[in-house]
Design a protein around this ligand. Sequence first.
Ligand SMILES: Nc1ccnc(=O)[nH]1
Length: 437
Amino acid sequence: MIPHTSHYWLKNAHVPASLMLQSRDRPSSLAVQDQLRLVDVEIMNGAIARIIPVRTLTAFDHPVVDLQGGMVFPCFVDMHTHLDKGHLWERAPNLTGTFADGLETIRQDAEQWNIEDVYRRMEFGVKCSYAHGTKAIRTHLDSGGALAEVTLEAFRVLRDRWADRVILQAVCLVSLEDFLTPQGEKLADQIAEMGGVLGGFASMNPEIEHQIDRTLAIAQDRTLDLDLHVDENNNPNSICLKIVAETALRQQLQQQIVCGHCCSLAVQPAEESTKTIALVKQANIGIVSLPMCNLYLQDRQPGKTPHWRGITLLHELKQAGVPVAIASDNCRDPFHSFGDHDALEVFSLSAKIAHLDRPYEDWCRAITSTPADLMGLPTVGRIDVGLTADLVLFKARRYSELLSRSQHDRVVLRNGIAIDTTLPNYAELDDLQTGHH
Ligand SMILES: Nc1ccnc(=O)[nH]1
C-alpha cells in the first residue's frame, strides 16, 4: 500500500486536531464530533513536508496513497511499563490475582533472574510494542539489592540494540525506604550515570514523609527526574500523592515528577481530592494512570465481584490542567495476566473504563504527546511539518470505528516506510517458562 519511494502523499487522512500544532486556526475543516481534521500529508525523505486541507491541490506530482478518511495517529508513547517482569506468567502465575500475591510471586521468581532471562523477556515486550506502533517506552526496573545488577545491565544492552527504532527510558523501582541507605544512594548514582529516572514505590508508613523528602532531595542533587508508584490501593487514608506534592513545593524541586497509579485519590472525599489535585497542579506533577492493570488488581477478593474500576480521577485532574497520561503497565506477569504492549488497546479500554468518550476531546494525547512531554521528548507523539514521519494508519475513520475493533491491520510507518508489524511468537520464550522451576 505504501509506495517504495521517499516522496509521496497520504491523501484524505483524518488526524486528531489536538495532535497537530498548526491545526488550531482551522476549525472549519474539523470532523466536528471527533475533532479530526481531514488533510493531505506530504512525506519526503522520512519526514512530514506539508500538511494541507484536502482538495487544496488538484494534481499531485508524486505517488498518492488515498487513505479514504482513515485515521492517522503519531506513533505511540508508552510511559509506564515493567518490561523486566513481562511474559513470565506461565512460570510465575498469580493464583489469587491480588496485589499482595503479585508482590510475593515476583519476589520468589526474581531470585532466579539472570541477564539473559530478563533481556529476552524485555525484548519480546519491545518487539510487540514496536510492531503495534510505539516509538518511546519508559520501563520501571526492579532494583532492590542485587537485582539492579541484572535488570539495569539487561536494560542497557536492550536500549543500545534498539536505539534506532525505540527510545527506551529506565526508572529504578525500589521501596522508598531504600533511599535512606547508602545502597539507595548508590542506585541513584547508577541511574544518573545511565541517564535514567529515579523511581520507587511509595506507600503509607510512619516514615513516609521522611522517605519522600529524602527521595526528592536525592533526585534534586543529581538533577534526575522522578517517577514514583503512589497510592496503588483503595484506602482513602493513602495520601502519598499529596505528600509528594507538598514536599516538591517545599523543596522547590526543579525536576519533572510523574506519579503513577494514584488510585486512592478516587475514593477520597471530594474536598480532600480537590485539595490534592490543586497541589499536584501547583507542583507541576504529571499523572500516569494504568487502567488495564488497575482494573485487574484493584478490588480483587477471591470469589467476590469487584465494585470499582481502580482508576484515578482522570477527568478531574485533566480539568485542573494536570498532564494526564495512560500506559500499559504490566503484561503477562503476576501483576497483570494479560496485555500485549498495544497502546491502542490501552487507549481503547481506557475510553470504556474511564468514559474518555464524553467527548473524546483531546484524550488521544494521553498515549501520545502528553507522555512524550513528560518524558522530555517534545518532537514525539505529534504530527507536524518537519517532524519524522512516524505514523500509525488505520482503516477506521472515526473513534467509534477505531475503538470497536483491534485494528490489527494497521500500517505503521517509521521514517515514512512501512515496517513489518508481525508480532513475535510466544514460543520464542518457551524455554524460559520451565527453565527455573
Ligand atoms: N502495578 C504494579 C505495582 C508494582 N510493581 C509492578 O510491577 N506493578
